[in-house]
Design a protein around this ligand. Structure first.
Ligand SMILES: [Mn+2]
Length: 428
């Protein structure tokens, strides 16, 4: 039986940048090309007879974001094409590509036109590859739960290649019943898109989830090193690389691990106050600075607590030697804001900074009222007081006094209202 290597989800062009200079390539883009070069060397050394690209190898490039300079990402293509030529030379039965949800059909078509006989773009069709029959199911991916009409499903076959969301661990995706049906119709099923290697997901013995070939975007648990704060910073959790590809050989399916050039570091910081989160970030980054491989890290930060994304970005920015990825994940805890927490806020953003931020973000009609709030109510004097009912009453009264003229309420009515609610404050 012919040996086939199946590669997926390299997302190579995700690294392309929005820079005017056509020759500039970011460190992130360079390292992706280096990884691609190395992993292709590893694949070629296995001497596969055919190679299948199971989607999102290139990535269509973000339309809005900060990634793309020129629409073709031309500065990356010469190297990518060279690597594809290496694959074509090594695989006598050819290279076959399925379009992933991030790939553009135009790019794959162009590769087919320019790389010659060895490269095939396949959609909703069966191909004879050596002594195998492989069906390529064109990607239907949608967000949330979705299905594919029965009339569009392949009847039966040997190997099925697809790129859809597995409805896994509570995550919505292509309906499970459909995977079951396809697992009856085919001997072996390989699904890309999930970036994690797994045998028999959904308890289907002949279904495989394909790993991401090289690091690209952040994915949960796709790290090789993890620091948690609070936690033991001398002994971060270390995991085997989750990256690589799959080889099918005589009915045997094996995961071939690829160890990337960079360590993919996950940093998780949890704190009760902004000051704690800031302290945690700095302690973890001090530990990162001590690492011998500090120049070869890709750091994904996740912060939990009462914290602003800008604050996390500012703190991590103090360590230019460490490559912090832009996708910073901030989970602000949803709790009623109490005065004690506002005191904590004062430590990462001074009252004057907060005031300036609020003032510049408001349209003119609201600014004078906000100005009064800062002058009368949110004073450093008030904010540093311990919360008690008399302070709350005072703040309530001041807010009411400031607000009512905006709604045309007379002063007498406000006084009367305050007199009537007074017993409520006292009863607390
Ligand atoms: Mn995908």
């Amino acid at each position: 039986m012919s040996r086939i290597a199946i590669l997926s989800d390299a997302h190579l062009l995700m690294q392309a940048e929005r820079f005017k200079d056509e020759n500039y390539r970011s460190p992130r883009g360079e390292i992706s090309l280096q990884n691609f070069n190395q992993v292709i060397g590893q694949v070629v050394a296995e001497e596969p007879e055919a190679i299948i690209l199971a989607g999102d190898m290139f990535d269509e490039r973000e339309k809005g974001g900060d990634w793309i300079a020129d629409s073709e990402a031309a500065k990356y293509w010469p190297e990518i094409r060279n690597e594809l030529r290496r694959l074509i030379e090594c695989a006598r039965h050819g290279v076959y590509a399925l379009r992933g949800n991030h790939d553009s059909a135009a790019v794959l078509k162009e590769l087919e036109d320019h790389l010659g006989d060895g490269f095939h773009f396949a959609r909703d069709e069966e191909r004879a590859i050596g002594d195998h029959r492989v069906f390529f199911l064109e990607t239907r991916y949608r967000q949330g739960d979705y299905r594919i009409p029965e009339s569009e499903l392949p009847e039966a076959g040997e190997i099925l290649i697809m790129h859809e969301t597995l409805p896994w661990r509570g995550v919505p995706g292509l309906e499970e019943e459909l995977f079951r049906e396809l697992s009856q119709r085919f001997s072996l099923l390989f699904n890309g898109h999930m970036h994690h290697f797994a045998r028999s997901p959904l308890d289907l013995p002949n279904l495989y989830s394909l790993p991401a070939l090289v690091p690209s975007r952040e994915l949960k648990n796709a790290f090789t090193v993890k620091y948690q704060w609070p936690g033991d910073l001398d002994n971060p959790e270390v995991r085997d690389s989750p990256f690589g590809y799959v080889v099918v050989d005589g009915g045997q399916v094996s995961f071939q691990r690829y160890v990337p050039i960079q360590s993919v570091v996950k940093v998780e910081v949890k704190g009760d106050t902004p000051a704690e989160v800031v302290a945690g970030i700095n302690e973890v980054y001090s530990a990162l600075m001590e690492r011998e491989d500090r120049d070869n890290l890709w750091v994904f930060v996740s912060a939990q607590g009462v914290i602003l994304r800008e604050t996390v970005t500012k703190e991590t920015g103090k360590y230019p030697e460490i490559a912090t990825m832009a996708e910073i994940d901030v989970k602000a805890r949803q709790e009623p804001k109490r005065v004690a927490e506002l005191r904590g806020l004062d430590k990462v953003m001074s009252l004057a900074e907060l005031e300036a931020k609020v003032m510049t973000s408001l349209p003119w009609p609201d600014r004078d009222m906000a100005q009064e709030l800062f002058e009368e109510v949110f004073t450093s004097d008030n904010l540093s007081k311990t919360a008690d009912s008399s302070l709350e009453r005072y703040l309530f009264q001041k807010l009411l006094e400031l607000a009512v003229p905006h709604y045309g309420v007379s002063a007498e009515n406000t006084d009367g209202f305050l007199r009537r609610v007074d017993p409520l404050w006292k009863r607390r």
